[in-house]
Design a protein around this ligand. Structure first.
Ligand SMILES: Nc1ncnc2c1ncn2[C@@H]1O[C@H](COP(=O)(O)OP(=O)(O)OP(=O)(O)O)[C@@H](O)[C@H]1O
Length: 246
């Protein structure tokens, strides 16, 4: 059983009692969750709640101080190369060098994988067609964001970890990106999505975990969290369920 009381069939991600500190700061106190194959799993929580640290541990970019993580049955640190090959990552601050051109970045990332996706089609799906020769430093904030999504998907990952997927995107680009993510999931990819944007969680996520002060305080479908809180919307539910007593 997992922490929301249901057994996950075909779990592809299992996090148990993850603990991570930076010096005196406890970034992740005790986080456990399981993600099933083909799910879109949302991680929600206040600024500084420990979301990015959790996903960085998940993809083997940081070493936990406690707990265990299994991704596709592997340890992200010990089996780093294998996990990296199967997990696409779009992280906050995933900056590239300013002079690197869009097409070069796509080709470079494609070269890391045995069977990469069609980069031209991916750029088109993300509204970056015709930008292949544009240096990264000259892209707008939203274009950089869309390129980072393309780079997360170029390796045809089995799991995509997307941290603040649509932050900085205009409403059209945001909706196009949601459609793309749904198509990626329909192709069998499991998605972990960190977001502050409740309509995005409501539209895309099968289940979400609310993280507060480094702990999972609620897990469930967006509809279950709304019901549990007695509030009318997911945003209200989120605020109520993560409210701290003064
Ligand atoms: N490299 C680091 N060195 C020291 N402290 C860090 C580091 N990275 C994060 N922290 C601290 O760990 C805590 C959790 O940060 P984290 O970035 O995981 O939160 P978050 O939930 O992703 O926040 P946000 O929503 O603002 O992105 C915060 O108190 C943060 O200041």
């Amino acid at each position: 059983m997992n922490n929301d009381g249901r057994r996950r069939v075909n779990a592809v991600i299992e996090v148990e009692h993850l603990h991570k500190r930076y010096g005196e700061t406890v970034a992740v106190d005790d986080v456990s969750f399981t993600v099933g194959r083909g799910e879109i799993f949302g991680i929600l929580g206040r600024n500084g709640a420990g979301k990015t640290t959790t996903v960085e541990c998940l993809v083997g970019l940081r070493a936990p101080d406690g707990g265990t993580i299994r991704v596709l049955g592997r340890d992200p640190l010990r089996d780093h190369a294998e996990v990296t090959r199967r997990v696409g990552v779009q992280l906050q601050d995933g900056q590239l060098q300013d002079r690197l051109r869009v097409g070069e970045a796509m080709r470079l990332y494609a070269s890391f994988y045995p069977e990469p996706a069609d980069g031209t089609a991916l750029l088109e799906q993300l509204g970056l067609e015709g930008k292949e020769r544009m240096p990264y430093g000259r892209l707008s904030g939203g274009q950089k964001q869309r390129l980072s999504i393309a780079l997360a998907l170029i390796g045809r990952p089995r799991i995509a970890v997307l941290d603040e997927l649509t932050t900085g995107l205009d409403p059209h680009a945001r909706r196009d990106t949601w459609d793309l993510i749904e198509a990626v999931r329909a192709a069998g990819v499991t998605i972990v999505l960190v977001t502050h944007f409740m309509p995005e969680a409501e539209r895309l996520c099968d289940r979400v975990a609310l993280i507060d002060a480094g702990r999972v305080v609620h897990t469930g479908t967006p509809a279950e969290l709304v019901e549990r809180s007695g509030e009318p919307t997911l945003e209200d539910a989120y605020v109520t369920l993560t409210r701290r007593t003064p």
